[in-house]
Structure formats: structure tokens, C-alpha cells
Design a binder for this molecule. Structure first.
Ligand SMILES: Cc1cc2nc3c(=O)[nH]c(=O)nc-3n(C[C@H](O)[C@H](O)[C@H](O)COP(=O)(O)O)c2cc1C
Length: 583
């Protein structure tokens, strides 16, 4: 009887959480727990499993992650009998973000389907929310306790250890990887992986006025050598593999007490268990070094989660630090944990500095236990395949702010946006294309694009494309920014185009605030006319209040002009109202 942990991920969180669960299951004495991604499984093999945890992220607009879609299609087959999975005990951990309209939809759908197919739910699902003050852990940690309790009731798992069992703390820590030094070997610096290619930066131009608080850049990459691999459509997304910033690497190297010799000593990694995967593309079969991994592979800038402190406390040989680290993990010390991590936005590198006696004892392989991998970040492509051949452009707002608790002198910096906005001509970046969430109609169908701030990026792409394919295509753009002279992106470009029609809400150029939804109201008659012609509406930008404000206004337009009560719902059902928002 063995536990299967089955994950469906787009950006890696479900896999990370799955790995945490797998380690804990192993430590508590579950016999040979296994991990598998959705794409590794067939419906038939799943149906023969007895105990499964599903970790399911929602991506796109309430969809399953790309790699999970074909198995999900099998799940939905109508011919499956309602006892098809009745031998299975399961629980679902859904990963999502409540700022999206279809919050945790994939996890909810899967749970409902499993029940329909006769599977037995071990405990209620965890609905993890990126918006929770402690992120995924907010729902995952409490779920974990309930889950292991419930698991004890399943035949074959009766003897798994309780979280407070003294035997648990006596069990030695087992690293994910075994490390073999290979002195004298050449250190590989992979120039790409199966998926990622290296592109050169051509330019990096500030788009906001120099006195504006926000530094937004238009970054242009030369894709001339990779036209095939980087073929894209309007609305697609560029995945960027960022690097840790030099200042974070410096803090970590000092805390970890790594000499140049240690940093450059070649080694190879191999998993200690077949369930552990090496980071794809970067370390498989390569000879690497800590200098390389601390730059490209291990995330030094993330805000540590509880698992970071838990693992450090278990491997620390310093009694005092081990005790303080363990305190962060106690549920009753949530305030302490929040004050130390989220309120100050303290990074993992800084935590190493604060717990330097522990950090300086970490072995190479333990760094891979403590630190998560740097995950690629997604940016909507701002260029058009037709209008900007040979390049890809991104519109990137630099994330840099003072932490909520101001006693930290240092500015906090977003890993990827800062990496990108620091790029200079000739710098190389690892990238790949991913399908976007927007599905644009053919240029004959009118579109209404609502994209304040950097939300305008996919619309610059699609509008330019449509004009080249079909010069009479009808496209409306509602853009919003603070002021005409501070952050009106692409102003000159728009004025050179006869079409589309651009409506700009300058929120702070007058006494009262004007936002995109106010302009929608002003143009209600035009919007209604285009909707009658089958227009699609697209909304992109910050997940804050804007999407709700837009929906409310569309609802009003429907009622007041068309006498239609449920315009928003109708459009959404028809796929004619689409969102791509981020927080
Ligand atoms: C492009 C994109 C689209 C997303 N769409 C949704 C969504 O529709 N509903 C939701 O609840 N969460 C959505 N999310 C949030 C993710 O589900 C959440 O960040 C999750 O932790 C990601 O897990 P993963 O790294 O395993 O893919 C989206 C995230 C991204 C990047």
C-alpha cells in the first residue's frame, strides 16, 4: 500500500508542495511514497491506485495546466462508470489565486469528478491562495495535519507517525541529492535546455518620465537565430529564466562562508530517490559549481516559507539557532513568522545572514534542500509577430519598494523585473514561448481591449498584427495611466495609427480620478453597437480593483442600453469576455 502524490503544475508550485508532502510522508513512515506529474500517468493506472493526493494548480482562465490537459480530457469521458475509481481514497490540494475570476477552478472540477467516479474523499480539500498572507502555506499547512490524521484510518497507513511523535525528530535528515566532486573537470554552463534558448538584448528603454516613481522599460530581444523555437502569436507569453541579483548573491556567499575555491569546485548531483527530479535542463548530466547554481538555479531572493525554517532547524548544529528557527514553524507563532518574513519582505539570502552559524555549516547538497529553484516568470509579449519581425519586446515595470516595516534599510527588489530592467545591450537571457490565455478572434471580428498600465502589452501586439492582416479591422483600446506626460506608454506609436481608436484615462491629470471604466461608460453606445456585431472584450492588467470595476460597468451598459440583465455572464460563457490579470 503506497501513497501516490500526483501534481499538475504550470509554474512549479504544485511540484514544490508535492515534494514537501512526499518528504514528510517518507519521514512519518509511509512506505515508499511516490510522486508523479499528470502527464506521466494514464487514467487506467490512476484507477488502480488506492491512496492519492492530487495537487492541482489552476492556470490560464480557470484551466488545467497545459501538461495536465490530456489526462483531464480522459477524466471527463462520459462513458466512465460511476464506480470507476471506487477503490481510491483521495484528497485534493488546489493551488490558485483568489484575485482570478475562476479561483481554483481546476482543483474544484477534479474533486467533483473524482467523487462522481466513486472515489472516497479522505479529508476536505485545501484551497491554497497566493493572496493569503502566508501564501500557499495558509491552507496547505492546516490541511496537512488533517490529512495525515485521516490517512491513519486507511488500511496500511495505521502506523504512520504523529507530527508530535518524539521519534520523528530523531530521524536523520535525508538530502534530496547526493553530491560528487569532480575536481579538474570542466564546469558546464548550459547555453539552453530542451525548452529554453538564449537571446541577446538589443535595447532597454525607459518608458516613464524620469521624475515618475515607476521605472517601466521596453526591452527588445533579438530572436533572429531562433525564429523557429520562438515563433509566437499575439497574446502569447515569454517565459524568462531570471538570475539572482548580484547583491543577493554577495549576502548569501558571505553568510554561507564560501571561498572562491569552494564556489568554483566542480561537482555533479544525483537524486537520492527516484521520486526526486533534477531541475530540468540545468543540472541533468552536467558538471556544475556553486557559483553557477547560486546565480542561475537556487532562488536566494524568495521570501522564505515555513519549510525553509523547518529544514534549517533540523540540520542546524547550533542549538540556539535551531531553537529559534523551529519557533517560526509553530502554528502559535504565526505573528513571529509574519513579522520576520512577509512584513519585512526578508529574502532567503538575508535569513542566511541572520542565522549565519547554521548557514555556514550547510553542505553543498543541503543548499538544494533549503532553497527552491528559481522559477521562470511569465511576461505578455508586447511586440507583434507581423509588425516587429526578428525581435520580441516586453514592457516591464521594475518592482522596487520599501518593505512595510521600514526598519529594513534596503529596498526590496523583484527578482525577475530587476534582472530584466538592468539588462544592457548584448546581455544574454534564457527564454521560451508559452501560449497566452487570450484567444483573439479573426481580424474581421471587432475587439475591445481594456489594458491600463503594463496591461497594454498584449494589445499593442494584437492591434498591430490585426492592422497588418486586415487594415479595416475594428479595434478599440481603453488605456489607463497616471498622467499624459508621466506614463502614457506608446503614445507616439498610437498617434501614427489611423485605427484603432484609443481612449485614455489619465487618472491624475485633473482633480477627480478618471479610470478606464469611466471611459467605458462614456463610450457605452459604441461598445454596445460593437457587441451587437459580435465583438470580443479583453481585459489585462493588475488584478486589483480594475477587473471588478470593468465588469460592473459592462453590467450597467448591458442593462441600461440593451436591457440585458446578465451581459457579463453571457459574454463569459461565450468566451467573448476574457481576462489576463496579475498581482
Ligand atoms: C498565467 C496564470 C494564470 C492563472 N490563472 C488562474 C486562475 O484562473 N484561477 C486561479 O485560481 N489561479 C490562477 N493562477 C494562479 C496559480 O494557480 C497559482 O499561482 C498557483 O500557485 C500556480 O501553481 P503552479 O506553479 O503549480 O502552476 C494563474 C497564474 C498564472 C501565472
Amino acid at each position: 500500500m503506497s501513497l501516490l502524490i500526483c501534481y499538475a503544475t504550470e509554474t512549479g508550485n504544485a511540484e514544490d508542495v508535492g515534494e514537501m508532502l512526499w518528504r514528510e510522508a517518507r519521514r512519518r513512515g509511509c512506505k515508499s511514497p511516490r510522486m508523479a506529474s499528470f502527464e506521466q500517468l494514464s487514467l487506467e493506472s490512476l484507477a488502480s491506485e488506492r491512496t492519492v493526493v492530487f495537487l492541482i494548480a489552476t492556470s490560464g482562465q480557470g484551466e488545467f495546466p497545459t501538461s495536465a490537459r490530456s489526462l483531464w480530457t480522459c477524466f471527463r469521458q462520459k462513458i466512465l462508470p460511476n464506480d470507476y475509481m471506487d477503490k481510491m481514497h483521495f484528497s485534493v490540494v488546489a493551488l490558485g489565486d483568489s484575485s482570478y475570476q475562476k479561483y481554483n477552478r481546476a482543483g474544484r472540477l477534479l474533486r467533483a469528478r473524482l467523487v462522481q467516479l466513486g472515489a472516497h474523499q479522505l479529508c476536505p480539500p485545501a484551497y491554497c491562495d497566493d493572496q493569503h498572507e502566508i501564501g500557499i502555506d495558509g491552507a496547505f499547512q492546516p490541511w496537512k495535519h488533517v490529512f495525515f490524521e485521516a490517512l491513519k484510518g486507511v488500511e496500511g497507513f495505521e502506523r504512520i507517525l504523529d507530527s508530535k511523535d518524539p521519534e520523528l525528530s530523531e530521524r536523520p535528515f535525508v538530502s534530496k541529492f547526493r553530491l560528487r566532486f569532480c575536481d579538474g573537470e570542466h564546469i558546464d554552463e548550459p547555453s539552453g535546455s530542451a525548452e529554453y534558448v538564449r537571446v541577446e538584448t538589443i535595447s532597454n528603454e525607459r518608458q516613464t518620465s524620469i521624475d515618475h516613481f515607476q521605472d517601466t522599460r521596453l526591452i527588445t530581444f533579438n530572436i533572429g537565430n531562433h525564429e523557429e523555437a520562438l515563433r509566437y502569436r499575439s497574446g502569447d507569453v515569454l517565459m524568462i529564466q531570471p538570475e539572482n541579483l548580484d547583491e543577493s548573491i554577495k549576502i548569501a556567499v558571505e553568510a554561507l562562508k564560501l571561498s572562491d575555491e569552494t564556489l568554483d569546485r566542480p561537482f555533479k548531483l544525483e537524486p537520492t530517490d527516484s521520486n526526486i527530479r533534477l531541475p530540468p535542463g540545468w543540472l541533468i548530466g552536467t558538471t556544475t559549481s556553486l557559483r553557477y547554481c547560486l546565480k542561475r538555479v537556487l532562488d536566494l531572493q524568495h521570501i522564505p516559507k515555513k519549510s525553509f525554517f523547518e529544514i534549517l532547524s533540523r540540520i542546524s548544529k547550533d542549538e540556539d539557532e535551531a531553537e529559534r528557527l523551529a519557533e517560526f514553524c509553530q502554528p502559535e507563532n504565526l505573528d513571529l513568522f509574519l513579522d520576520y518574513t512577509l512584513k519585512t519582505r526578508r529574502t532567503a539570502a538575508e535569513a542566511f545572514r541572520d542565522f549565519y552559524r547554521t548557514a555556514s555549516q550547510l553542505s553543498h547538497e543541503q543548499l538544494f534542500d533549503v532553497l527552491p529553484l528559481i522559477r521562470p516568470r511569465a511576461f505578455s509579449i508586447a511586440s507583434s509577430p507581423m509588425a516587429h519581425p526578428g525581435v520580441i519586446q516586453l514592457l516591464v515595470a521594475k518592482v522596487e519598494y520599501k518593505p512595510p516595516i521600514a526598519k529594513m534599510a534596503d529596498l526590496r527588489r523583484g527578482l525577475c523585473s530587476c534582472h530584466l530592467t538592468r539588462l544592457r545591450h548584448g546581455d544574454m537571457v534564457f527564454v521560451r514561448i508559452r501560449d497566452g490565455t487570450f484567444h483573439f478572434p479573426s481580424p474581421e471580428t471587432p475587439i475591445i481591449c481594456i489594458g491600463p498600465g503594463t496591461g497594454v502589452a498584449p494589445f499593442r501586439s494584437v492591434i498591430n498584427d490585426r492592422l497588418r492582416i486586415h487594415p479595416d479591422s475594428e479595434s478599440l483600446l481603453f488605456f489607463g495611466c497616471r498622467g499624459r506626460f508621466s506614463d502614457y506608454y506608446f503614445e507616439i506609436e498610437w498617434t501614427h495609427l489611423e485605427k484603432p481608436r484609443i481612449f485614455v484615462a489619465f487618472s491624475r491629470d485633473q482633480e477627480h480620478k478618471i479610470y478606464v471604466q469611466h471611459l467605458l461608460k462614456k463610450e457605452a453606445a459604441l461598445i454596445w453597437r460593437l457587441l451587437q456585431q459580435g465583438a470580443y472584450i479583453f481585459v489585462a492588467g493588475s488584478a486589483g480593483e480594475m477587473p471588478n470595476g470593468v465588469c460592473e460597468m459592462l453590467g450597467e451598459i448591458g442593462k441600461e442600453i440593451g436591457g440585458e440583465e446578465n451581459l457579463v455572464k453571457t459574454l463569459e460563457t461565450q468566451g467573448r469576455l476574457q481576462f489576463e490579470t496579475w498581482s
